[in-house]
Design a binder for this molecule. Structure first.
Ligand SMILES: C[S@@+](CC[C@H](N)C(=O)[O-])C[C@H]1O[C@@H](n2cnc3c(N)ncnc32)[C@H](O)[C@@H]1O
Ligand code: SF4
Length: 376
């Protein structure tokens, strides 16, 4: 099993909190699209080796590309792999791009069968603080249009832990979202990333410091709110109706292989991580000249172990502790010490073939997971 990730490195403007790779200069999207197609063909041997079951257009903002561009890319992929075996084709979208015309064209003329919409909040003051391009009303109109068009596999992103520390607004965001028949919801805790506008705004007092305790309350509230309403909390940040988990992302957490196309995209073949150059102009130049456009590293045994812990423990399925036998004795020792400690503190629960985060552990998942890391 494997997936293809295609990075569309453009956004209409820079959200205050975001440090993903993108450019707001959208004048060269045609050339970029040609370069992405060329990378797909340059990597056709790698793609043929994988049993591709998902394609994911992520960003940046893939909905900046016209549906025809998306279809052109999918068609190119279809020259290399059997598209009829692909189960899920997702596109990340911003609400203000999804006009009815755009949605109809996406629905009728492309193979895309799953939409991921970046709502973040329905409140205009939040959206302004985040420097989003859309209003709360735009998001509501866009969700109405999506379901009018006929899409039936829709996920939406919301962000909690915002600087105004207002948990009532968080509840109202969840309530509003599930008025629509979304099958999947990603709820991300706001991270104040270094060198972002948000960090600067907080440092000079323009935006209040988000309160970690309130963010944690909102994290727990989310599970309490969404679970009785039919959503399964299957990964720290992700909730799905039964049968609607994100196949592409779940394959990352199961350490399946994937090929990442586009500037800054990462790839993994089971042993090696590869990351493409994170600069649009250099990426296109190197692709066109058929020069090396990536760097790579082979994972050490410690890297493999850390990845196994990090990806597995984030999910409801957890990890099978018997698999620790694959690793050397020093790693095994570290694992058993960390496990005993975490179980004693009520952060991890275990059965014979599974160990997973408890409710308490989920709230401090990053710290529980890093306690397991092997760092020598
Ligand atoms: C990188 S964006 C790409 C999708 C699309 N451009 C959008 O904004 O909706 C994917 C998601 O990451 C989340 N995200 C990005 N930076 C974040 C941060 N610093 N803290 C929390 N969530 C973040 C947002 O919820 C966003 O929807
Ligand atoms: S959150 Fe999405 S739209 Fe905003 S800058 Fe990041 S990638 Fe672009």
């Amino acid at each position: 099993m494997g997936g293809i990730y295609i990075h569309i490195p453009y956004c209409r403007q820079k959200c205050s909190y975001c440090n993903f790779h993108f450019s707001t200069n959208v004048t060269d999207t045609g050339r970029m699209s040609d370069s992405l197609i060329k990378e797909v063909s340059l990597r056709s041997d790698e793609l043929r080796l994988l049993d591709i079951e998902t394609i994911y257009f992520g960003g940046g903002t893939p909905s900046i590309f016209a549906p025809e561009e998306m279809q052109r890319l999918i068609k190119e992929i279809g020259r290399i792999i059997a598209l009829n075996k692909v189960k899920e084709v997702t596109i990340e979208c911003n609400p203000d791009d999804l006009t009815l015309d755009y949605l109809h064209s996406l629905y009728n003329d492309s193979c895309i069968n799953r939409l991921s919409v970046g709502i973040q909040s329905f409140f205009d003051d939040d959206l302004e603080m985040m420097n989003r391009t859309h209003s709360g009303r735009d998001s509501i109109d866009c969700l109405e249009n999506i379901f009018k068009t006929g899409f039936d596999n829709v996920t939406a992103d919301l962000i909690f832990g915002l600087p105004d520390n207002d948990s009532q607004k968080w509840e109202r965001n969840l309530k509003k979202l599930i008025e629509f028949p979304v099958e999947h919801i990603s709820c991300y805790g706001l991270t104040v990333e270094p060198k972002t506008q948000l960090e600067y705004d907080i440092s000079r007092g323009k935006v209040p410091v988000p309160d970690d305790g309130i963010a944690l309350d909102q994290f727990y509230f989310t599970e309490e709110y969404l679970t009785p309403r039919g959503f399964v909390h299957y990964e720290i940040s992700n909730y799905a109706k039964p049968g609607k988990i994100a196949i592409h992302n779940t394959n990352y957490w199961r350490q399946e292989k994937y090929v990442g196309i586009g500037p800054s995209a990462h790839s993994f073949d089971g042993f090696r991580r590869r990351w493409n150059i994170a600069n649009n102009a250099s990426y296109m130049k190197k692709i066109n000249n058929e020069e090396k456009f990536w760097e790579e590293e082979y994972l050490s045994e410690a890297d493999m172990y850390n990845e196994w812990i990090m990806t597995g423990l984030r999910t409801i399925w957890g990890i099978d502790p018997k698999q620790i036998k694959k690793f050397t004795s020093s790693i095994q020792d570290e694992f058993f010490i960390a496990k005993e400690n975490a179980v004693k503190k009520g952060r991890i629960a275990e059965t014979e073939d599974r160990m997973f985060l408890t409710r308490r552990g989920k709230g401090i998942a990053d710290s529980v997971i890093s306690d397991f890391f092997f760092v020598r």
